[in-house]
Structures are given as C-alpha cells and as structure tokens.
Design a binder for this molecule. Structure first.
Ligand SMILES: [Zn+2]
Length: 372
C-alpha cells in the first residue's frame, strides 16, 4: 500500500515521499478549512472584516502548514532513531498524516519508547509554542495568520494526544508494546498490543457510526489492518531470524551451461521439473535462467537461441550463514524469486521464496505441537 509514492526530497539523508492519497487530502482539507474559516476567525477573536485573504487560500495554507507539522513529527521519530543507531528507510506523507519507515529489527524496547515518544512530544511542542506565541504577539497586522496559528496550534495538540492513545500501531500503541516487552517476549508484547489496538479500532468504528463521522471509521479500518499486518511481520521476522540460509536452501543444485540452447533448457526443465537454473561458463557463475525467460522466445527459434541470450545477469547472492530474514528482504526488495547461495566464490545452493515460506510454516507447526 506504500508503493504508490514518489520521492520529493531528502532531509538528513532520509528520502521524503508523497503518497498519492496525500494529493487528495490536501485539496479536501483546504476546502474544509476554507469553508469553516469565518467560524474559525470568530472563535479566534478576529473580526471577519479584518480578514485579508480569500478563505480558501487561507484553507490551503493551513492544509500545507498542517502537513509540514506532520513532517516535523515524523522527522522527530526519525532523528531519535538515527541517534540510537537505527536506519530510517524513508518518510511517507499520506492520507492520515505521515509514516516513518524505520529499519526493522527494532527489538530494543528502551529505544522504541523514545523513538515513539519523540513524535507526539514534537506535535505538542509545536501546538503549545503556536498558542503561546499568539498570546504574546497579537498579530494585528495580519489577522488571517492569527486565525491559522490558533487552529494549527489546537490541531497539533490534538494530534499529540490522539497519537498517544494505545491503539497499536499508533505511537501510543508502540509505547505500550515496549513497556509490555520488558516483562514478556517481544512477540507476546506485540500480540497483546495488536489485540488492544483492534479493540480501539472497533470502538472508533462504533463511535464513527453513531456520530456519522466517516473519518473516524476510516481511521478505525486503518488501525485494525495496520495492527494485524504489524503482528504478522513481527512474527515472520522473529521466526525467520532464527534460521540460517543453509538450513533452508536447496543444496544439490542442477546447473546449465550458457551455451546450451533454449530447446535443451526446456527439455531439462520438463524432465527434472526445476523452474530455474544457475547458468555457468567455464566453471563460473554467470547468471540465472527461469521458465519465464523462455516465454520471450518463439517456439521455432528454441534451437537457435542460447541460454546466455535470455538469462538474467543481475543475480543476487547471499552467504549460507546469513539469516533467512535478510534473504527474504532481498527477495522482496528486488522482487525476484531466488537467490544464489555463494561461499568462497562457489555456488553451494539456491534459496527461493517457497523454501523460506516452507521453513516458516514448519516452525509454526513445531511451535503448535510443543504447546500441547
Ligand atoms: Zn508518530
């Protein structure tokens, strides 16, 4: 769901991405803020006749300023993580604010508490600073800005507290998980946090239905699926980190020479029932060829084309001692099906997604039986 995002810049070396839903929410918020601007002005104590800008222009400025404060919230999470030595892959601005994609493997509860706290504290700081600044400096010269500052201050304070609700995977939910993880395993803590998050999601949805507030219903759906997705990922990560590549790889690998014809390749696929082969030339690994590569060659050309004409040369390698979770990340990162397992320059095996999934399922079955 985060794939439809484009990079718009970098801050502290972190790519900042904009998700397409962000492009929908900005005009929507500009419209909501714009059409309510006169009532905002009244409540901020600014007489309507003093307003200088078109309310919808003010609404647009408010919407953009709101997302800048959301970006600051995410940057705060990211900077604290970086200071703890944890890499940040990217920050994405989207429909419900922002997401900082923190490098996985964050199993240190103490670090997680500070990283999770940093965001809401920043929102609170922005909100309180705006409100205090407005009370110290009554901006009589530019009343529109006063109205914007008054509302942005309140929204930021609201965001700080909303994010602290322990509806995992919100910031508050992450804080709760880290506190739980001090007394139990990280996985058990995640399981409890997920259940609590889903109970909150249910309550938000119910409240949304009763109040006719569809934004609350959306947030409920977001939290519900976000929580179960995080649990699955945590379970997978913790289980797969236990395995080494050599535990799950296929060892007796059949290879093919780069000068073999496509016809020969197809015959071997049909008799040996492999879906792909590492390609060698003079004892050296040159590439990888799969059933999919054959489909680009017309059947009458099968005896003309050679494996080296259709193979993919961009092969990814892992070491037999790497953990399987790393291998899975490479597979999904490059969207490929298999990795070559290489030790001291020699091919010692192949590991595929299905090898990994099989290992994961076996470990689950093993655990289910050991409980009885
Ligand atoms: Zn946050």
């Amino acid at each position: 769901m985060f794939k439809e995002a484009m990079v718009v810049g970098r801050i502290y070396g972190i790519p900042v991405k904009i998700h397409y839903t962000f492009l929908l929410i900005i005009p929507f918020l500009a419209w909501v803020f714009g059409s309510n601007f006169s009532s905002f002005a009244e409540r901020a104590g600014v007489p309507l006749e003093n307003l200088l800008l078109n309310p919808y222009l003010s609404g647009l400025i408010m919407a953009l300023a709101l997302f800048i404060s959301v970006l600051l919230h995410e940057l705060a999470h990211s900077r604290v993580a970086q200071n703890q030595g944890i890499a940040i892959n990217s920050i994405t601005l989207m429909l419900f604010g922002g997401v900082a994609h923190i490098e996985e493997g964050l199993e240190d509860p103490k670090k997680e508490v500070w990283i999770a706290m940093a965001g809401p504290l920043t929102s609170l700081l922005i909100g309180v600073t705006l409100l205090i600044a407005l009370s110290i400096y009554p901006l009589q010269l530019f009343p529109d800005m006063r109205v914007m500052g008054f509302y942005l201050g309140q929204i930021n304070i609201f965001l700080a507290f909303f994010n602290l609700i322990p509806a995992f995977p919100t910031d508050g939910g992450r804080i709760m998980r880290s506190l739980l993880a001090r007394r139990s395993s990280y996985l058990d803590a995640t399981r409890i946090a997920t259940t609590v998050g889903q109970v909150f999601a249910f309550l938000f949805a119910l409240l949304g239905l009763l109040l006719g507030n569809f934004i609350l219903i959306f947030i409920a759906i977001f939290i519900f699926f976000g929580a179960s997705q995080e649990y699955r990922q945590t379970l997978q990560r913790i289980t797969l980190t236990d395995f080494k590549v050599k535990d799950l790889m296929t060892k007796n690998v059949s290879i093919i020479d780069e000068d073999a014809t496509v016809k020969e390749l197809l015959q071997r696929i049909l008799t040996e029932l492999h879906s792909g082969y590492p390609v060698f030339s003079d004892g050296e690994l040159k590439g990888c060829v799969t059933i999919g590569d054959i489909s680009n060659v017309a059947p009458e050309k099968h005896h003309e084309y050679r494996v080296k004409d259709i193979m993919s040369r961009n092969i990814k390698k892992v070491s037999p001692d790497d953990n399987v979770y790393q291998a899975l990340k490479i597979l999904s990162g490059f969207d490929i099906g298999r990795l070559m397992v290489v030790e001291n320059g020699n091919l010692v095996g192949i590991i595929t997604r299905s090898d990994i999934m099989k290992g994961f399922r076996l470990r689950q079955i093993q655990k289910d039986f050991s409980y009885r």
